[in-house]
Design a protein around this ligand. Structure first.
Ligand SMILES: *[C@@H]1O[C@H](CO)[C@@H](O)[C@H](O)[C@H]1NC(C)=O
Ligand SMILES: *[C@@H]1O[C@H](CO)[C@@H](O)[C@H](O)[C@H]1NC(C)=O
Ligand SMILES: *[C@@H]1O[C@H](CO)[C@@H](O)[C@H](O)[C@H]1NC(C)=O
Ligand SMILES: *[C@@H]1O[C@H](CO)[C@@H](O)[C@H](O)[C@H]1NC(C)=O
Length: 386
């Protein structure tokens, strides 16, 4: 009940702000300043032209609060976060879903786990934002409750919610973040897209399963947002690149696993993808429709350099998805909570952009850093990457 009230009030509050961005006709003034974060510092590349994003995925805080083991996993995860932030010194951090193991948490204090999760990020004052996963929706937790808490306790959180009617029930966490070459630039050169793949269970006593794919209303929203951006900043083709983050991998990734080559697609490949491991877009509840989200994302968002998911803790490879000709990467299971297996290790995936300032079609370097301090699975993601 608490979550329902919170979410309704939140949507009312956000409505006014989002109508500005969603309006089909914008004044010239508004177009020039298309900035969803007028009151936050701009996210910018470094002076040397590079920009590093570090992804923490599947942190799974809050497991077994009734014993000693559970809280100890969160201590270990926080230590991993601090270690990785010290080594990587990223310019932006993404928390790519399953921040909390919702089925283990209590109604009265489930979102206080968000305070623990963002503490290492608050300490180093690095801008960041989150996607949310199937474990972030449950009887005592919702995506919207986590988002509101994060916005409240993390000054450099760039997490937002989609306008009313976009994202489907219990899937509010869809938004984009502009990244600029420098603080004075008139328009961004990189757009970070974040999508809510929902899943898990609805809150409260009559809890029901929530569809685990990006709702098709998001496709319409992408179409609209890219059109507004093109009007405001000019066509994307030679002006800006994009990256996308979504907790559950798109369904089209499933078949890609059968064509991996460990030289080209290095990294742990221990989770066989099947029912539950990718977005269930083909579910009959989706009336057998095509994956409107996946189609539209890849058609409308130009220079989409990579799509990044977590969810399957045993996978950490990158590969090209041939139907949409786009690179996909699993990130790396970061949390000591959540399922794992001997030898998988925990870690992070980083992406390093360089020369994007002068060439938005340039490639991106990516690698995984694991808990023992070693890096692995280094790949260069560019037009030649297969
Ligand atoms: C939800 O929270 C209530 C109140 O703390 C608790 O009694 C219940 O066990 C929790 N339910 C689940 C499924 O965790
Ligand atoms: C949340 O509340 C439960 C039950 O009241 C308690 O056992 C647990 O330690 C609390 N967790 C946090 C993170 O405060
Ligand atoms: C994997 O890719 C490498 C590098 O392109 C190539 O030399 C090798 O033959 C490939 N292996 C298989 C089994 O296709
Ligand atoms: C970025 O690219 C430039 C030009 O190729 C190179 O000199 C520089 O070392 C690169 N910087 C990093 C941090 O990789």
């Amino acid at each position: 009940m608490y979550s329902f009230i919170l979410s309704f009030t939140a949507l009312l509050c956000l409505r006014q702000h989002y109508d500005v961005l969603a309006a089909p006709v914008l004044s010239a003034q508004n177009l020039l300043s298309l900035d969803p974060y007028p009151n936050k510092p701009r996210v910018t590349f470094r002076q040397d032209g590079t920009f590093k994003i570090t992804v923490f995925s599947d942190l799974h805080y809050g497991e077994n609060p009734w014993d000693d083991w559970g809280p100890q996993q969160d201590v270990n995860s926080a230590q991993l976060m601090r270690q990785a932030l010290t080594i990587e010194k990223p310019d932006y951090v993404v928390l790519n879903g399953d921040l909390i193991t919702g089925e283990n948490t209590f109604a009265e204090n489930s979102t206080t786990l968000i305070d623990e999760i963002v503490a290492p990020l608050n300490e180093v004052k690095i801008p960041f934002s989150s996607t949310h996963g199937n474990h972030d929706n449950n009887i005592n937790i919702t995506h919207i409750a986590e988002i509101l808490r994060e916005q409240k306790v993390a000054p450099l959180s760039y997490t937002r919610t989609a306008p009313p009617g976009v994202g489907g029930e219990f899937g509010p966490g869809t938004y984009w973040v502009p990244v600029y070459a420098d603080t004075q630039a008139k328009k961004p050169i990189l757009i970070l897209w974040f999508f809510d793949s929902r899943g898990g269970f609805s809150p409260g006593a009559n809890s029901k399963p929530v569809p685990d794919w990006v709702d098709s209303t998001v496709a319409t929203w992408i179409d609209q947002q890219t059109s507004i951006m093109n009007t405001a900043w000019g066509p994307a083709e030679n002006n800006r690149a994009s990256m996308a983050f979504v907790h559950i991998p798109p369904h089209a990734i499933q078949v890609v696993q059968t064509t991996l080559n460990s030289t080209i697609n290095p990294g742990l490949n221990a989770d066989i993808l099947g029912v539950g491991s990718t977005q269930a877009t083909t579910n009959s509840a989706n009336s057998g429709k095509d994956d409107a989200f996946w189609e539209t994302l890849n058609t409308k968002v130009k220079n989409l350099k990579v799509v990044v998911s977590g969810h399957d803790h045993g996978n950490e490879w990158c590969a090209r998805e041939p139907t949409q000709d786009v690179i996909f990467c699993f990130d790396k299971h970061s949390g000591f909570g959540g399922y794992s297996s001997a030898g998988w290790l925990h870690g992070i995936r980083s992406f390093v952009l360089n020369t994007t300032v002068t060439d938005v079609k340039a490639g991106i370097e990516s690698y995984v850093l694991v808990e023992d301090g070693t890096t692995r699975d280094r790949v260069f993601l560019d037009r030649n990457y297969v």
